[in-house]
Design a protein around this ligand. Sequence first.
Ligand SMILES: NC(=O)c1ccc[n+]([C@@H]2O[C@H](COP(=O)([O-])OP(=O)(O)OC[C@H]3O[C@@H](n4cnc5c(N)ncnc54)[C@H](OP(=O)(O)O)[C@@H]3O)[C@@H](O)[C@H]2O)c1
Length: 273
Amino acid sequence: MDINSRINLNDGNAIPGLGFGTYKLEEGRQSRHALEAAFDAGYRHIDTAAIYGNEHSVGEAIAASGLGRDELFVTTKLWNDSQGYESALEAASDSLKRLGLDYVDLYLIHWPMPSIRLESWRALEKLKADGYCKSIGVSNFTERHLDELLATSETVPAINQVELHPLLVQDPIRRYCYSQNIAIEAYTPLMKGGRVDDDAIHRIASDYGKTWSQILIRWSLQHRLICLPKSATPERILENSQVFDFELSEEDMDALDDLDQRLHLGWDPYEMA
Ligand SMILES: NC(=O)c1ccc[n+]([C@@H]2O[C@H](COP(=O)([O-])OP(=O)(O)OC[C@H]3O[C@@H](n4cnc5c(N)ncnc54)[C@H](OP(=O)(O)O)[C@@H]3O)[C@@H](O)[C@H]2O)c1
């Protein structure tokens, strides 16, 4: 496994297992600078969203990188106020314009908005058929939201992107998605850079001569999760990419799994109708 190792998706495409998160990167210099550091460190998978307000800078950084389009994997997401059939088509077109791209590798419904999410999904199917995105998926969908979608659509989402880290190991949704061949992306994998006060994480980091962030990323990857750490800091961006020269033992993976507190650090999608 290395930074370019890919995980196969149910639609025949493949996605790099380590991606670069961009939530809270400010449009402009901060985003461009962080993306440049990420490309230098070897990341080729970028996770952005319309609501992050940085698609334009992400696009500029991609253009400036000199990397070939087929070397990159770019994800963006449909925000809640653009859900619905026509408005989703329009929002996707706006995202592509801001990114300066002809297509994204992955387009996600960001949240399962009540009453309108199935219309949004129909739009994503159309966008995929028309070549504006290679793969389509969802984010923050619970088992109930997926049941509803699968009952009405022949297209199984390639991905479900959910909050997932040792304080929120999400066994039920992981089991559900794997049973349907839906790959899982783990967001907030570093627990937002806080809450790392547990002795087990520090004991394991010290045993392997690694940092707590490297341990958390490695834990995600060894669970076959697609992991999306974010940082605005070049040293941390590099540090977070250096996770392919060690392997956590089964015992240490179990010790990290045991930290589960079902703790959502962001919105809890189980509260959505
Ligand atoms: N689909 C969704 O609803 C959703 C929701 C949330 C997130 N996401 C995606 O998942 C990505 C990651 O989640 P996240 O941004 O919430 O949080 P995260 O990656 O868990 O944590 C980011 C925080 O950790 C800090 N950090 C990063 N590397 C570090 C290191 N090596 N040592 C110490 N601190 C470090 C960062 O600080 P600095 O930046 O200051 O270095 C930042 O404050 C997002 O950027 C986004 O792409 C998706």
